[in-house]
Design a protein around this ligand. Structure first.
Ligand SMILES: Cc1ncc(COP(=O)(O)O)c(C=O)c1O
Length: 380
């Protein structure tokens, strides 16, 4: 059994992928070939934005909006602590300071009260200037954008949506990636929309900012490639990856439907024995990960492993506790949810090709484990 079965997807579209790759190899336009523009157009339409700008990976997709906004020394950018390192890393790379905020215990996304307290603290201290919020759509579930956009407007902050895990997810009638001033995503192979290497993209409805992002991703180019108007970086999506992504995007909606069915089966099979992932009414998670919580997590993980069932702990440590990020500010009152969740959380196999037989085995293994544990505790 696979944690994420990329092989099943590959088998499904093998011929189309091979033809798409062959075409790129034969054409010889390996950098910024026509497939890149075509993929950008298709993904912009899917996400529902005016502009999609492809780049080399999801980390650059977060860094480039910071550079293009002029965010740097003396600036504060508010980020959740329970996320992948890239969310905070880019802020430090831009020479601004990440300010760590706690997460909501149900959605695992940035906690609004903790965010408000952190903004107030930073303003009162006066050392840093609040500039941006990077909410993360963790595990594929969109953050609370209604609240975030209200706070951002009131505090004059820009919102950079980290939708690295959430392409295919939605909140209300808007797709993840389309929230905030700019959205960022990753095409790392295991993501809901993944390529066969590194890749990323940015989304915005602002024409001038889209132009700026393209420039920063291409050595700060101006009117021509050899005209440099900004200090940028080299961050492009390979043509071959764009060709692969066009084929994968064509089946993404179908895969999203399949992921919802996997979620439903887990929720029904496990909801009374462990804490299962919750989705607010009107939202659709892209289900990059399926997380459960249980007090006996380590023993359960070991038991699953014995039964040949893979599981992963995302994340073992919140970022504000990591050596590299210990020195940065954090919301007042501490980050109790981000600190305690790593002891309870466990991510189970989740992908569109998870068969019901395999899934039922995962469910019954967990149910039996929780049941026998409860019996043992009752007998003690
Ligand atoms: C939440 C989040 N942000 C950013 C990234 C960075 O993406 P990449 O690995 O493509 O640089 C990832 C992916 O690993 C992620 O999960």
């Amino acid at each position: 059994m696979q944690f994420i079965d990329l092989g099943a997807q590959r088998e499904r579209i093998r011929d189309r992928l091979k033809a798409a790759i062959d075409q790129v190899v034969d054409d010889g336009r390996y950098i910024l070939g026509p497939q890149v523009g075509e993929f950008e157009k298709q993904l912009a339409a899917y996400v529902g934005v005016r502009h999609c700008i492809a780049c080399a990976n999801g980390t650059d997709a977060l860094l480039l909006p910071l550079l293009a906004s002029g965010i740097g020394p003396g600036d504060a950018v508010f980020v959740p602590s329970f996320t992948f390192a890239a969310t905070a890393e880019v802020v430090a790379l831009a020479k601004a300071e990440p300010v760590f905020v706690d997460i909501d215990p149900v959605t695992y996304n940035i906690d609004i009260a903790s965010l408000e307290a952190a903004i107030e603290m930073i303003r009162a201290e006066g050392r840093l200037k609040p500039k941006a919020i990077i909410p993360v759509d963790l595990f594929g579930l969109g953050a609370d954008y209604a609240s975030l956009e209200m706070i951002a407007a009131r505090e004059n902050l820009i919102v950079i949506e980290d939708a690295a895990q959430a392409i295919g997810g939605s909140v209300g009638d808007k797709m993840c990636g389309s929230f905030g001033f700019v959205g960022a995503t990753s095409f790392y192979p295991a993501k809901p929309l993944g390529c066969y290497g590194d890749g990323g993209a940015m989304f915005t409805n602002d024409d001038a900012f889209a132009e700026k992002l393209r420039s920063y991703a291409f050595h700060g180019k101006g009117a021509t490639q050899y005209d440099n108007i900004h200090v940028g970086i080299n961050s492009r999506l390979d043509t071959i990856q764009a060709a692969i992504l066009i084929e994968k995007l064509a089946i993404l909606e179908d895969e999203m439907v399949a992921r919802q069915a996997v979620h439903q089966r887990y929720a029904e099979g496990l909801g009374d024995v462990v804490t299962v992932a919750q989705v607010a009414a009107g939202s659709r998670s892209a289900w990059a990960q399926y997380a459960i919580e249980t007090p006996n997590r380590d023993a359960l993980k070991a038991h699953l492993q014995e039964q040949g069932i893979p599981s992963v702990i995302y994340y073992v440590k919140p970022l504000h506790s990591q050596v590299a990020y210990r020195g940065y500010p954090r919301a007042p009152g501490g980050l109790p949810v981000s600190e305690s969740l790593p002891d309870r959380i466990l991510c189970l196999p989740m992908h569109p090709y998870l068969g019901t037989e395999d899934q039922d085995r995962i469910i019954s293994t967990i149910r039996n484990f929780v049941g026998s544990n409860a019996a043992r505790i009752a007998a003690e």
